[in-house]
Structures are given as C-alpha cells and as structure tokens.
Write a protein that binds this ligand. Structure first.
Ligand code: GDP
Ligand code: MG
Length: 312
C-alpha cells in the first residue's frame, strides 16, 4: 500500500550518521526480501507516548504531542519514502475515556483503516507504570476484537520512558523484566491467548526513550541505560516481526463488520448440540425410564390401574 501522499523521508537525515547507516542497512535488507512498504499501526492508552514514538521513528515532528489529554478522535497517517521504500505510520488517539474504552474512537480507527494492510502493531505503554489493571485488559481486548487474535503475532510491545531509575533500589533489568511480564500476562488475557500459544512468548518488548534528555553514546545516538541505541534497535525489531512467518492484517469490510473475528468456533455449535442430545440427553432419558420401570408403584396408582384389591 504505497500512499500517493508519501513525501521524501528527510527526517532520516536528522539522525546521527551511525543511526542512518544502520537504518539504511535495514531498509536494504527489506528490499532484498522484496518488502517495499511497511505500514505500522500505533495503539495504546492516552498519554503513554504514542505520538512521541511516531515522531522519534520518523525523525520529524509529524504528530502532535501533548502532556494532557487533547488528542482528538482521528487517527493520523504519516507516509515517508526513501530509496523506493515507503514507511507508513498510523498514530491513533488513546482508546480510553472516563475509565472505559471509547467505542466511538475505536469505530473511527476501524473505518480509517478500511482497505489498509497492517504490517505491524506497536502496542505502546509506559515502562514507568507500576500496575496493570482492567483498563489495560479492556484496551487489549478491544484491539483483539477489532482485528482478530492474529494481530498479536504482528505486534511489539513498546515501553516508553525507557530511561527511568527503578524505584525501591530495584535493578533496572529486573524492573524491566517484571514490568514486561505483568503486561504480557494481561495481553495474554485480553487477547484470549492460551498459555500454549506461542505468540505471547515471542511478543517482543522494546524500550524507547523519547525525551530530549535521552543519553547519547559517542556517536551521538540516543541510548538506553544498557547502552543500546534504541531507534535502530526498534526498527530492527519491527522488521523481525514482519518476517516471523505470520500474515499481515488486511482490514476489509468483513473484518470491520464482524462482531468478533474470533468466533470461528461457531461452526462446532450444531455438532456439540447433537453430541449432547445423543450422549447426554438420550442417556439420561434412558436412565429415567429404567428407574421408572423398576420403581414399585404406589398403591393409589395400582388402584387406578385396576390392579389393586379394591377392598384393601
Ligand atoms: P500519546 O497520548 O500516547 O500520543 O502520548 P504523547 O506522545 O502525546 O506523550 C505524552 C507526554 O509524555 C508528553 O508530554 C511527552 O513529552 C511525554 N513522553 C512521551 N514519551 C516519553 C518518553 O519516552 N520519555 C519521557 N520522559 N517522556 C515522554
Ligand atoms: Mg497522541
């Protein structure tokens, strides 16, 4: 899906040369694999850093960033071209309002995505959130119900505010592991993934730091506390997802109209009913008949049937 509105990706020149060459290397690899377009959908609650992450990847201020809730309801797609490659990033408004998933916002996002193909979902949240709650589950469930379980095979968890100092003297890596585990557990619940399903275990968690105060290395690249230059790392993880053997999500009218794309098991309902009739209902009926035939009849019944001695 190449957009006619795609502009030259000039933002890439804003990155330090080390980052630029890594990004060009990744784009070159994609070209070898005949991938010429990449469409990334960015979703999550409000204020978690979705728009900031979009701006960080593009290297330009394309999405409005706000510390306060004033995102509006419309998604925004930004398209950039570089050496025959098109990058589309779709920023969306936060899905939560007044403690619930905003169905209207969700509907607008779905309509906006009609006839588009999503290659990757970035599910954004903050690293420095210490709890996951039912709201997270609601948002994850809303995404699952809108695009199907398969979207999680095409997803990455992006945790912003990567440059945090963990509370209570916790070690950074331990903190990241704890936060990731808690969130992945909720994704498994909200996405209705069974424990055995491999998606959850492969769902990559990537850290980012959008702040202008992000530390840099000697080459001027923005780095995480462990020294990883995070922009090329994020792009590399994104490209790993598209080559993991899963299918991109084609948003067609059927997907949008479908009450729930995960209701495929409905096919089995008549079979289950038939099974229940023959193996459960019939057996119970048989057992009842058997019991009745063995039951000693009360006197009044025998009398009504003319079998009892009337004098008695
Ligand atoms: P959105 O509502 O999810 O699109 O979130 P925004 O991108 O508008 O960000 C909300 C606020 O968090 C803004 O004030 C951003 O400057 C700030 N922010 C976003 N990402 C980061 C990050 O990685 N680190 C820090 N320190 N602040 C961030
Ligand atoms: Mg935003």
């Amino acid at each position: 899906m190449s957009s006619p509105l795609a502009r030259e990706w000039v933002g890439i020149q804003q990155f330090p040369p080390a980052t630029q060459s890594k990004l060009h290397e990744i784009l070159g690899k994609l070209k070898e694999e005949n991938v010429s377009t990449l469409t990334i959908l960015v979703m999550g609650k409000g204020g978690v850093g979705k728009s900031s992450t979009v701006n960080s990847i593009i290297g330009e201020r394309v999405a409005a960033v706000s510390a306060f809730q004033s995102e509006g309801l419309r998604p925004m797609m930004c398209s950039r071209m570089r050496a025959g490659f098109t990058l589309n990033i779709i920023d969306t408004p936060g899905l939560v309002e007044g403690g619930y998933v905003n169905e209207q916002a969700l509907e607008i996002i779905k309509q906006y995505l009609l006839n588009k193909t999503i290659d990757v979902l970035l599910y954004v949240d903050r690293l420095d959130a210490y709890r996951v709650d039912s709201l997270d589950r609601q948002v994850i469930r809303a995404i699952t119900d809108s695009f199907g379980k398969g979207i999680w095979q095409r997803a990455l968890v992006v945790l912003t505010h990567g440059q945090l100092s963990p509370p209570d003297g916790l070690n950074y890596d331990d903190f990241v592991a704890k936060r990731s585990d808690a969130l992945l557990k909720y994704i498994r619940l909200g996405a209705r993934l069974r424990k055995q399903e491999p998606q959850e275990s492969c769902l990559p968690v990537v850290l980012v730091e959008n702040s202008g105060r992000c530390k840099t290395n000697d080459s001027g690249e923005k780095i995480l506390p462990d020294g990883t230059p995070w922009i090329p790392n994020l792009v590399k993880e994104i490209t790993a997802v598209i080559s993991n053997g899963s299918k991109p999500i084609v948003v067609d009218q059927k997907l949008i109209d479908g009450p729930n794309p995960n209701n495929r098991g409905k096919f089995f309902i008549p079979l289950i009913l038939a099974f229940q009739y023959f193996f459960v209902v019939k057996r119970i009926q048989g057992a009842i008949k058997h019991d009745i035939s063995k039951e000693s009849k009360p006197l009044w019944e025998l009398r009504d049937m003319g079998l009892a001695d009337r004098k008695f």
